[in-house]
Design a protein around this ligand. Structure first.
Ligand code: ADP
Length: 162
């Protein structure tokens, strides 16, 4: 049977336990999953693309069929270039739906052969986002339970040695 590769794209700035949950579930369904960090020059990020890839690799190393990569430009071009047939995205709440729906339709318009799959989050991660992690950490709150250990350490180092 043909192997199905899925791309899970995102900013992952930084990767959270919510992202990891989605990546693991995708890896249980698809033969290969590429977690791919979007390089977006127009969006200012807390971590460089390289740092984001390292953190993602560290926290997903236990899953054999996941690789971590980065890309710029149009997502569908990248997905085609990787010979992947699927885009995976995570859904937290209704608030994600509007944006995700629009993006899925736009991508289908651009590349009808690529399918977008949505994986629903675990309720315990439904409130977790990279931006809230950055904000909570900035104001001294604890993010230990919502990010992997390596990310927690990177955040801590950043805070002490800016
Ligand atoms: P983007 O800037 O592309 O939205 P993110 O890194 O914020 O990138 O998110 C990537 C994907 O992961 C999106 O589909 C987003 O909805 C999903 N996601 C983010 N946080 C969670 C979470 N806690 N649980 C499930 N999915 C999530």
């Amino acid at each position: 049977m043909m192997k199905v590769t899925a791309v899970y794209p995102g900013s992952f700035d930084p990767i959270t336990n919510g992202h990891i949950y989605i990546a693991e579930r995708a890896a249980a369904v698809f033969d290969e999953v590429i977690v791919s960090v979007l390089v977006n020059e127009r969006k200012t990020s807390a971590f460089t693309v390289e740092e984001r890839c390292v953190m993602a690799r560290e926290s997903l190393g236990h899953v054999k069929n996941i690789t971590v990569d980065s890309f710029n430009g149009l997502l569908v071009d990248y997905v085609r270039q990787k010979n992947a047939g699927v885009i995976v995205r995570g859904l937290r709440a209704m608030s994600d739906f509007e944006y995700e729906f629009q993006m899925a339709l736009m991508n289908r318009q651009l590349a009808p052969e690529i399918e977008t799959f949505f994986i629903v989050t675990d309720p315990k991660y439904s409130y977790v986002s990279s931006s809230s992690v950055r904000e909570i950490f900035h104001f001294g709150g604890t993010v230990r339970d919502v990010v992997p250990q390596g990310v927690y350490e990177k955040l801590s180092n950043r805070c002490c040695n800016p």
